[in-house]
Design a protein around this ligand. Structure first.
Ligand code: ADP
Length: 248
């Protein structure tokens, strides 16, 4: 469902962030991407929804060649791809519910959304997704009144409201304390399993990657240097990915 064929990304300043990526991700997988800071993890997942455009190669997502899509076609593809970020990316001054309804924007007309004219079913659906992440009672609270962990759960509810086939998570727990990080990772895993959402998570925490993913991809300097199961992630492999490795 996601296929990279010799994908290269060169940023406008000439920096080659991805150097010929070949990768196949099947429907329903839960994949963790690890690697040192600056390795290209974020660039890699952002190519999937076209936030970063590829320079060379072929990238096929749900049968579409992403690099060939026109704006409106890209919009349709993005509708099916949820994304969550380290910094949550909520609109702080809006209510939690309104933030979650942003997930329906790809489905209602701009004019209707401007006037808050979301269909009743959309509002019910948004509320049910808040219920799924355990914070329905916060629906009418301003987003910035919530803790970091709660805000990330709102971001997950917003992504679920898109009814996504794919979930991209770019360092989703990097700014959360360990117990809160676990709660967020548990939700991502649960929705991967129950709703069959193909999930790619960038993580800088190797232990979290081991705990949650059955497939781990290691990136170093724009290249895939490991693609395997958690149990294959030996000390030698970690040195290959990180250059050096200190046991904690
Ligand atoms: P990671 O997510 O693994 O930390 P990134 O994908 O964010 O890595 O970045 C990979 C490399 O590309 C880094 O060296 C970063 O500085 C560079 N980079 C990222 N975005 C841009 C950009 N817009 N322009 C130029 N270089 C960039």
């Amino acid at each position: 469902m996601i296929e990279f064929r010799n994908v290269v990304v060169v940023y406008p300043n000439g920096f080659k962030a991805l150097k010929g990526i070949n990768l196949h991700i099947s429907e329903g997988e839960f994949v963790a991407i690890i690697g040192p800071s600056g390795a290209g993890k974020s660039t890699l997942i952002r190519t999937i929804n076209g936030l970063v455009r590829i320079t060379e190669g072929d990238l096929i997502v749900e049968g579409k060649h992403v690099q060939k899509l026109k704006d409106n076609e890209l919009r349709l593809l993005r509708r099916k791809i949820g994304m969550i970020f380290q910094s949550f990316n909520l609109v702080k001054r809006m209510s939690v519910l309104r933030n979650v309804l942003v997930g329906r924007l790809g489905y209602v007309s701009t004019l209707k959304s401007l006037f808050n004219l979301f269909p009743k079913e959309d509002i019910e659906f948004a509320l049910s997704n808040l219920e799924k992440v355990g914070i329905r009672e916060k629906a009418y609270v301003r987003a910035d009144q919530l803790s970091g962990g709660q805000q990330q759960r709102v971001a997950i509810a917003r992504a679920l409201t898109q009814q996504p086939d794919i979930m991209l998570a770019d360092e989703p727990v990097a700014s959360l304390d360990p117990p809160t990080a676990k709660v967020v990772m548990d939700y991502l895993k649960k929705f991967n399993e129950e709703l069959k959402i193909t999930t790619l998570v960038n993580l800088h925490d190797v232990e979290l990657a081991r705990a949650y993913a059955r497939r781990i991809i290691g990136i170093r300097a724009g290249e895939i240097v490991f693609d395997g199961k958690p149990e294959e992630l030996t000390r030698d492999v970690l040195i290959r990915i990180y250059g050096k490795w200190q046991e904690s």
